[in-house]
Design a protein around this ligand. Structure first.
Ligand code: PMP
Length: 386
């Protein structure tokens, strides 16, 4: 018998500010969205583009949604100069669904998928492949490296990665959301092997050279928009290499001729992603975004570099621009930090239960003022409690 879940209790949410005011949201995702995007959304939910109908109510086959999808794709392409032989797909099921779709499509009988495990999500991805590994119709999942020996606090050197003799693809996760580590180079893979990357928690936080990849994907809810859509950028030959023996909705090729709409897509999430892409274009593109993100992260890393009170989780050459992780001397002080920060309008700082401590996610939409406020709070908290 399938176990039945007890009904969820409804939590009490205490207001921290009057309804008209906002606070700084350091949540790892869904994360902060740009203020001007949210204001545009407010209008378009009522009536988009003078159509007399709100974005939530438009048919996904109509002209308004055609325009929304086409503009989103065009801006996503423009931002990273994505060549025509890559398709832009808007998918559902989160990044997690991709973790399953990838081995279903590309790890058929006789093929090996190589996985680089550098954190919780990379590990979860490899687990989906291991589940299929050796089953009828499927090949083998190979772990080419695993940084669990140091609690995923570092990024491995190329010499630490042991590929299988002839992988069908290599998968890695370029920003480890829980641990706060980031790849600042692209791993060297055997020549001609398709490289697939989960970029969920730092997509478009800095320039990306798509031509080095066969596929990248990212759940939107961190840097690109709200939950519900997953951006997938995939090269034509990989689309074609996918299995034809699995459900149509699990095949990438199904989404190509239908412009991501073989069935009802997450229209609202793609629409907001389009507004966020326009906002990045308007603010100078990915190079300018990188500079801005570096200067924001520096405000917090400067505190961590000059303290014995806070202990950073990530090794300094691997620390993420997007998820900043550190510990305090005790659990009591961690709880106190989170509570007092929240009282000062700094929300979402509690680290993931696997890593503990504090995690500050400073995604694209986090203003510099938020990072300034957090760094000041950290200094003051240390002065009082250190
Ligand atoms: N990959 C990474 C790097 C993530 O950070 C997350 C979510 N935190 C996921 C995958 C899973 O994403 P989703 O919840 O959209 O399935």
């Amino acid at each position: 018998m399938t176990p039945t879940a007890s009904p969820a209790a409804v939590p009490t949410v205490k207001p921290s500010k009057p309804a008209s005011e906002r606070i700084f949201n350091f949540s790892a995702g869904p994360g902060a969205l740009p203020e001007e995007v949210l204001r545009q959304v407010q209008q378009d939910v009522w009536n988009i583009g003078g159509s007399g109908i709100g974005i939530l109510e438009h048919s996904h086959r109509g002209k308004v949604v055609d325009k929304v999808f086409a503009e989103c794709e065009a801006d996503i392409r423009k931002l990273a100069n994505i060549p025509a032989n890559y398709k832009i797909l808007f998918l559902t099921g989160g990044a997690s669904a991709q973790n399953h779709m990838i081995p279903m499509n590309f790890m058929g009988a006789g093929k090996t998928g190589d996985y680089l495990i550098t954190g919780f999500w990379a590990q979860k991805t490899a687990e989906q492949a291991k589940k299929l590994s050796g089953k009828p119709g499927f090949g083998t999942a190979n772990v080419a490296c695993d940084t669990k020996d140091q609690n995923h606090s570092y990024i491995p050197a190329d010499s630490q990665i042991k590929y299988s003799s002839s992988p069908a693809f290599v998968h890695y996760c370029s920003n480890n959301t829980l641990e706060g580590t980031e790849w600042f180079r692209i791993p060297a893979v055997p020549s001609g092997v398709p490289l697939i990357c989960d970029t969920s928690s730092h997509m478009y936080s800095r320039p990306i050279d798509i031509t080095k990849y066969a596929m990248v994907y990212a759940g939107a809810q961190k840097n690109l928009g709200p939950a519900g859509a997953t951006l997938c950028i995939i090269r034509d030959d990989l689309v074609e290499a996918g299995s034809k023996d699995i459900a149509d909705l699990l095949q990438y090729r199904t989404f190509v001729p239908e412009l991501s709409r073989p069935n009802t897509p997450p229209v609202f999430a793609v629409y907001v992603m389009g507004l966020v892409a326009k906002w990045i274009v308007k603010n100078g593109g990915l190079a300018a975004t990188q500079k801005h993100n570096e200067s924001k992260a520096k405000l917090i890393y400067d505190v961590l570099d000059n303290t014995k009170f806070y202990k950073p989780h990530a090794k300094s050459d691997a620390r993420s621009l997007m998820n900043i992780t550190f510990r305090l001397p005790s659990d009591e002080l961690t709880d106190k930090f989170v509570k007092e920060a929240q009282a000062q309008g700094l929300d979402g700082l509690k680290g993931h239960r696997n890593i503990g401590g504090i995690r500050a996610s400073t995604y694209n939409a986090m203003p510099r003022a938020g990072c300034e406020a957090l760094s000041q709070f950290m200094r003051e908290f240390e002065r009082k409690n250190g």
